[in-house]
Design a binder for this molecule. Structure first.
Ligand code: HEM
Length: 435
């Protein structure tokens, strides 16, 4: 053995091989490892690959921020790649850097504010639907409703009026299966192929069409150029659009689903949210970026929901250079597992962690690093849609909650489905009444 190998410092961990995936068993395994070995654990997978599970807030921060260039996306992303191609979420290195630079400006606050009216219209459609259910004393499937809301919003934000003319005109919305089908079997592959054909025809029509003053993500993506002045090719655009659709709706939809559930369980929180909405949004015409950013309590509720139910509950990375974390060494080709779900519920960072308490996020002087919170990741690969999603969720709650009271049909705690995204295992039903 060379002295370098002898001196290699590996975190403690089990000697038997351990299987890790992106599934409920993995959550249990990681929690048990943390219990037994602490916040830095090393293990060997059945295929012989070494993996570290990191639950130390400072080291997680370091991997995602200052040391991010030493890591690439890790196991599990192959599956995502099958669906999304090599778009922003899965790409790495220079391909990712170029695409991120081209895409980032589309998500400036100023641009996102221009989509606020679309957010309002998507809420209006939900309000019509919910008023009908309330009038007939029917139940509302809030999981399907939040999913439809977020899917429709992202599609109109991307395609503008092409959503009506090219997508809705197809009959059944060809994107619907994304919100309904959790399987990734062959039928989904066929549907994705059909979708890509549809997207390509929209892209080609936009490229050859006369200049329109349409404002949507597609027009911004079409205008974006890299440092050499090159725009995205059609193949690149297809991957980026698929990425934006999937990344942009499921996460926000799941968060809103949990928020409605948590509000129904906490009437005191509901009262405060309504009071805030009535103060800052007395009418839709009073809504603007300033009134929404003043809704501090709504922000706290959203953050606390994201602490308990971070949609991306497990991140994976693979090192491609040597690194050092805490007192340990990381060799190239080591798999890294980080879990916002576990870290957000670790008692020494978050006292009484299972308790839903939006006041944890009240503005204080407490340094942020003392309470790890990264539902949108951190560092250069941090979610590009974070501001968009907070705005859409604030508009959604600010307009719909003062109008509708939602009562849970089944009071029990929903089971979790832990796939690539964390969702409620079963749809949540509520009984709406108009206030
Ligand atoms: C509650 C809502 C959301 C949550 C919790 C969330 C979370 C995340 C997380 C954790 C990542 C990083 C994943 C990783 O590095 O492994 C990410 C990346 C990304 N998100 Fe979001 N997201 C949300 C909403 C959105 C929305 C609304 C959009 C688009 C409109 C969006 C677009 C993206 C994109 C394009 C990336 C890839 C960024 C990159 O790698 O450069 N997300 N998101």
């Amino acid at each position: 053995m060379t002295s370098a190998l002898q001196n290699f410092r590996r975190p403690p961990g089990p000697t038997e091989p351990v299987t890790l995936g992106i599934d409920p068993e993995t959550l249990t395994t990681l929690q048990e490892l943390q219990q037994e070995y602490g916040d830095m654990v090393s293990l060997t997978k059945p295929n012989g690959r070494v993996a570290y599970f990191i639950n130390d807030a400072a080291e997680v921060r370091r991997i995602l921020t200052r040391r991010h260039s030493k890591y690439r996306k890790g196991p599990g992303f192959e599956r995502v790649k099958m669906l999304l191609g090599n778009g922003l979420i899965v790409s790495d290195g220079e391909v990712w850097r170029r695409a991120r630079r081209m895409i980032q400006p589309a998500f400036s606050r100023q641009n996102v504010h221009r989509l606020m009216q679309v957010m309002v219209e998507c809420c209006d459609r939900r309000a019509v639907q919910w008023a009908g259910l309330a009038a007939n004393s029917e139940q509302c499937n809030i999981t399907a409703e939040t999913s439809d809301f977020a899917l429709e919003l992202i599609l109109i934000s991307i395609f503008g009026s092409d959503y009506e003319t090219r997508i809705v005109a197809e009959g059944d919305n060809p994107f619907d299966f994304l919100s309904r089908d959790s399987t990734r079997d062959l039928s989904v592959v066929m549907k994705v192929r059909h979708l890509r054909d549809l997207l390509l025809s929209i892209i080609e029509a936009r490229r050859t069409g006369s200049d329109s003053d349409e404002f949507d993500f597609l027009s911004m993506y079409l205008q974006a150029t890299d440092k050499g002045g090159q725009p995205f090719s059609n193949a690149e655009l297809l991957d980026e659009l698929m990425t934006l659709i999937v990344a942009g709706f499921e996460t926000s939809a799941n968060t809103l689903n949990w928020v409605w559930y948590l509000i129904a369980k906490h009437p005191d929180v509901e009262t405060k949210l309504i009071a805030e909405a009535e103060e800052y949004l007395p009418s839709v015409s009073a809504m603007n970026a300033d009134s929404l950013s003043a809704m501090q309590y709504t922000q706290q509720v959203l953050e606390e929901a994201l602490r308990l139910y971070p949609p991306v509950w497990l991140f994976t990375r693979r090192s491609h250079e040597d690194d050092e974390l805490d007192d340990f060494d990381v060799a190239p080709e080591t798999d890294i597992y980080l879990s916002p779900f576990i870290l957000h519920r670790t008692e020494h960072y978050w006292p009484d962690p299972e308790q839903f308490d939006p006041d944890r996020f009240a503005v204080t002087d407490k340094p942020k690093k003392d309470r790890p919170f990264f539902p949108f990741s951190l560092g250069p690969r941090r979610c590009v849609g974070e501001y968009f999603s907070f705005l859409e969720m604030k508009v959604h709650l600010g307009l719909l909650l003062p109008r509708f009271h939602m009562q849970l049909v089944d009071d029990s705690q929903p089971a979790l489905e832990l796939g690539i995204n964390l969702r409620a295992a079963k749809d949540i039903f509520m009984k709406p009444t108009e206030r």
